[in-house]
Design a protein around this ligand. Structure first.
Ligand SMILES: [Zn+2]
Length: 447
């Protein structure tokens, strides 16, 4: 018990340090400053007999690696990967200082508490414990505190998997996110993320003919055309696809049989999510069964008395695994219909989704370890609409998962609101559970 408390305190204090370092990544190369968290983690891990490696893709954008080398080159290796950057905040929406890392009644508040410094810190705590206890595994353990996840990994996972793959390659990878318990009649379900959608950002350029705003009759106003384009894209619904991961996830929720059938039927799922409560489940069900299109930014117009000839619309498209960037362009053309000739499609980012099998020795080990820590629990597959660094490894054929272990103190319905949102926080019991789980998993899987 005392050791549990010491572990909880150690993980909590490390997480607070990482939050206070405020490695805010706003997408510009000069932001992030992840070297601050790399320094903090190296200082924390120092003295345990570990060596360190740094890879710096741009000034300030440091990623830190440490490893416990295995004795058997044929034994499977494991990479524990946590990102060290966080997204910007709007402090006015927060009840507490987003970078104060206050602990209130056993809950740590701050940007990164759930995305994903709680994992980065608890993985480090487990690695330190393993190293100081003289852990000599057969399989190699690698810990990577990686920069720039929040802006797509250009200075982090993308760079490392492309330029420095020898430093980070492993047989299995675990990173964010998952492990928030979902209560179900037969027991708690622990989702492990096994796939994610492809981020496809598109810019639609709508052309018109300039003219005087005082005489709008029969003019070719690009903004008026763009309004119709936005309406069509926002209401467009490509045909649903039911992936096996979604089918397995829904079955584990133990819903009413009729609802389960509707949510896993490509012909009925859209109708079913139309009136499904809670809203969070409806959005998730829609996103896991459809390629989605969200028009989020519009630019154009120059002066109130000038009819605009040029409007741009930025659309966040998230493609189901198996839907290529070319498929996305074809869907957009279909969505805008007879206005297609008025619209040019630019593609700032087009990426495939990614998937990993649930049926691997690592997931078996994860199931053993979590069942010991949370009796009666069951690991279930989960798809995410968000993008994580796991995709760079999945694209290279490395089975990669999103997981951590949370207590039931903060309900699972609360988590989607905290990612990139206000009042991000995590309870310290979850930190203890995750740190314990990482250590047990390494002892089980790598020994
Ligand atoms: Zn994250």
């Amino acid at each position: 018990m005392t050791d549990d408390r010491a572990l909880e305190t150690e993980a909590t204090e490390l997480l607070r340090t990482l939050i206070r370092n405020a490695c805010v990544n706003d997408g510009t190369p000069a932001s992030g400053h992840e070297d601050r968290n790399a320094d903090a983690l190296e200082a924390y891990l120092a003295g345990a007999g570990l060596g360190f490696e740094r890879h710096v893709a741009a000034p300030g954008r440091a990623s830190l690696i440490t490893r416990i080398e295995g004795s058997d080159k044929t034994a499977p290796s494991l990479l524990l990967m946590g990102h060290t950057d966080v997204v910007p905040v709007n402090p006015s929406g927060w009840e507490r200082d987003p970078f104060g890392a206050e602990v209130v009644d056993g809950v740590v508040w701050g940007r990164g508490a759930t995305d994903m410094l709680h994992i980065t810190s608890t993985m480090a705590v487990a690695v330190r414990r393993l190293a100081t206890s003289g852990f000599h595994p057969r399989g190699t353990l690698i810990y990577l505190a990686v920069a720039d996840e929040e802006a797509g990994g250009t200075y982090g996972a993308s760079f490392l998997t492309r330029e420095k793959f020898d430093a980070v390659k492993a047989d299995y990878v675990i990173t964010e996110s998952g492990g928030v318990p979902i209560p179900a009649p037969s027991g708690v379900k622990l989702p492990v993320t096994v796939g994610e959608k492809g981020v496809n950002w598109r810019r639609l350029v709508v052309k018109g003919t300039p003219g005087h705003g005082s005489m709008p009759f029969r003019t070719d106003n690009a903004l008026v055309t763009a309004a119709e384009v936005v309406r069509r894209v926002a209401t467009y619904q490509p045909k649903a696809r039911i992936l096996d991961e979604w089918r397995r996830y829904v079955a584990e929720l133990e819903l009413a049989p009729e609802l389960e059938a509707a949510l896993t039927d490509p012909d009925r799922v859209l109708e079913a999510v139309g009136h499904l409560e809670p809203l969070g489940l409806a959005r998730l069900a829609h996103a896991c069964t459809h390629t989605t299109f969200s028009p989020n930014v519009v630019h154009g117009g120059s002066k109130i008395n000038v009819i605009p000839d040029h409007i741009t619309i930025d659309i966040d498209v998230r493609a189901l695994p198996g839907v290529s960037p070319l498929d996305v362009d074809a869907m957009l053309k279909e969505a805008v219909g007879d206005l297609a000739s008025r619209v040019e499609i630019e593609a700032p980012r087009g990426q495939e989704g990614s998937r990993t099998s649930m049926d691997t020795p690592l997931v078996e080990a994860l199931a053993r370890v979590t069942q010991a820590l949370v009796p009666g629990s069951k690991i279930i597959p989960r798809l995410t609409g968000g993008a994580t660094d796991a995709r760079y490894f999945r694209w290279k054929g490395v089975p990669s998962y999103g997981f951590a272990l949370h207590s039931r103190r903060i309900p699972y319905t609360e988590y989607p609101l905290m990612f990139h949102g206000n009042n991000e926080r995590v309870d310290t019991e979850s930190l203890r559970l995750s740190a314990t789980m990482w250590e047990a998993l390494c002892r089980d899987f790598l020994a």
